[in-house]
Design a protein around this ligand. Structure first.
Ligand code: NAP
Length: 529
């Protein structure tokens, strides 16, 4: 049976960097990847319009200063093929591919207490043994296929945005139904409408949107960033967002009405998540949130011709920003096209999928193609899909059945020598996820280095420390408006999933400093032998 010092599961942003760090440390390490190539989320999500809504100049590794200078990001927000090319270049430059097993899906992992090792099984029925097991499986990697009666009976083409055919899909002359109006749908709907003969969008919940204001990368912006990259990267590590964007310092409620309007107009002109950064109170004070919500609705009404459709597109079910904000490029104008319809599933819910199309309580919508833009079993789905069995037969899936419990999102009591990159309880999806990944990967690598130097063979999150961290994560979320939304942050998009606010909203800076203190103090909160 092959034996390793470390097995990394996944070869996206997290897995590639983890593999690189452990290789540099001289460990015998392999990465196991279910896809046929590197890229993770950027390998799978190839739907039309797929693009990152973090700015290109920040959404990349900070540990490759030469690549920072060589690489040119063509647009303010990068398209999926560009990011995938970037990750391929990283894999080639760092010569990672020889240590990655592709088309290898991990199905089970169990901890052997006597040997202090993990035995990892793959779906190809291979078995291997490792001292450290690092799950770099991504926060948004398991597609959510809603359980709509008759889904398997549909006679046309069924697509999920997160499992898009690699050869692409031609919508020309097709009648198309898109289910979902989250970030993914909002990116893909204008592109699908460009090709399709008829497009019907099935909306259950309108989402809050900000304009992306994507554009070709201005040469002066790129030159300025390249001139100052090292300094900016260093600063970004200690901002709350993991990005170098001016943040906070202003409470919207401290401004008079004219000034509030001026700042919001400026935010909309700048576009993207800049909208969230200038204010300290939008996600904590319902009055500030209502002002931003009203302003955003006003913008939608200016862009959508039919007032009834505009009303449906204005998000009202949750405070602004408490579900992940969507960044739009021409989304709202799509509804001004004659061949595009919006179905309000609150008024007429989907009752079934038939051979011919999507049936609501009102009518059958005949379509050639159904696109499920229905999201992911977020943050835990990839981990609970694997039979992970720790000490004394503890099963991770069972431990998390009533809600996720993890110390720093990096380790779980009862599961020694198992690390999770950007697991629940870490800032992960709340910030620039590449910076979040780097912080976790570096902490895990340093921790493994410390264990090796101190001849320790086992590290495990202490149950009391884990409880204290979970309490802190909950208290931090409860001080905000976030828990008011039925979001995937809360597990609310998956029927039967425990409702717990999973990510840490205290910001990267606070989290990083806390993690640093723990390491400096000899890994307090962890039991080591
Ligand atoms: P999502 O935000 O979870 O949206 C899923 C959509 O499907 C929602 O509108 C949801 O409605 C709808 N839906 C789910 N089940 C349904 C059902 N049974 N019937 C009708 N509608 C149903 O998923 P996503 O759009 O794929 O985005 C997930 C996350 O991925 C984003 O929040 C973002 O973090 C990330 N993402 C990032 C980028 C980027 O960087 N550019 C792009 C895309 C996605 P309800 O709201 O009513 O549940």
């Amino acid at each position: 049976m092959p034996q390793y010092d470390a097995i990394v599961v996944g070869a996206g942003f997290a897995g590639l960097y983890m593999l690189h760090r452990l290789q540099k440390r001289g460990l015998k390490v392999i990465a196991l990847e279910q896809g046929s190539d590197v890229g993770g989320t950027w390998y799978w999500n190839r739907y039309p319009g797929a693009r990152c809504d973090n700015e290109s100049l920040g959404y990349s590794y900070s540990f490759m200063p030469d690549l920072d200078q060589e690489w040119c990001w063509p647009e303010r927000y990068s398209e999926q093929p560009v990011i995938l090319r970037y990750l391929n270049q990283v894999a080639d430059k760092l010569e990672l591919r020889p240590d990655i097993a592709f088309d290898t899906r991990v199905s089970a992992a169990s901890f052997d207490e006597a040997a202090s090792t993990w035995t990892v099984e793959t779906q190809n029925r291979e078995t291997m043994v490792t001292r450290y097991l690092i799950m770099a499986t991504g926060c948004l990697s398991v597609p959510n296929w809603p359980d709509i009666p008759g889904r398997d009976r549909f006679g046309g083409d069924t697509l999920h945005t997160a499992q898009w055919p690699h050869e692409g899909y031609d919508f020309t002359d097709k009648t198309v139904g898109v289910i979902g109006t989250g970030s993914t749908a909002i990116q893909s709907i204008p592109q699908i409408a460009d090709q399709a003969r008829r497009l019907t969008v099935f909306q259950r919940t309108a989402n809050h949107c900000v304009p992306a204001q994507n554009c070709p990368m201005p040469s002066d912006v790129e030159a300025e960033r390249k001139a100052n990259y090292p300094e900016i990267r260093a600063k970004s590590r200690y901002t709350n967002s993991g990005d170098f964007v001016p943040q906070g310092g202003t409470a919207l409620m401290d401004l008079d009405e004219a000034e509030q309007r001026r700042v919001l107009e400026d935010c909309w002109r700048q576009g993207g998540f800049y909208t969230q950064y200038p204010f300290d109170d939008v996600l904590t004070d319902p009055r500030a949130n209502a002002i931003v919500t009203a302003f955003s609705h006003e913008q939608i009404r200016k862009r959508v011709n039919d007032p009834a459709i505009a009303d449906l597109l204005c998000a009202n079910s949750h405070p602004f920003g408490t579900k992940r904000l969507c960044a739009d490029s021409g989304y709202f104008e799509t509804y001004n096209l004659d061949h595009v319809d919006l179905v309000d599933l609150n008024a007429t819910p989907i009752t079934a999928i038939t051979h011919e199309g999507i049936k609501t309580s009102e009518q059958l919508h005949k379509v050639d193609t159904i696109v499920f833009a229905t999201g992911f079993d977020a943050m835990t789905g990839a981990l609970t899909a694997i039979d992970i069995v720790g000490r004394e037969g503890a099963v991770l899936r069972d431990k998390w059945a009533d809600g996720t419990r993890s110390l720093l999102g990096v380790a779980v009591a009862g599961f020694p020598n198992l690390f999770t990159v950007t697991g629940p309880g870490s800032p992960s999806v709340m910030i620039n996820v590449v910076t979040a990944i780097e912080q976790h990967v570096e902490w895990i690598d340093d921790c493994i280095g410390w264990l090796e130097e101190n001849s320790a063979s086992v590290i495990e999150a202490d149950a009391d420390a884990e409880n204290a961290w979970v309490d802190h994560v909950n208290e931090t979320a409860d001080a905000t408006l976030y828990p008011q939304a039925d979001s995937w942050y809360m597990g609310a998009n998956i029927p039967g999933k425990a409702r717990v606010f999973m990510p840490y909203v205290g910001g990267l800076r606070r989290f990083r400093l806390h993690c640093e203190t723990i390491a400096e103090d000899g890994y307090t909160g962890f039991n080591i032998r």
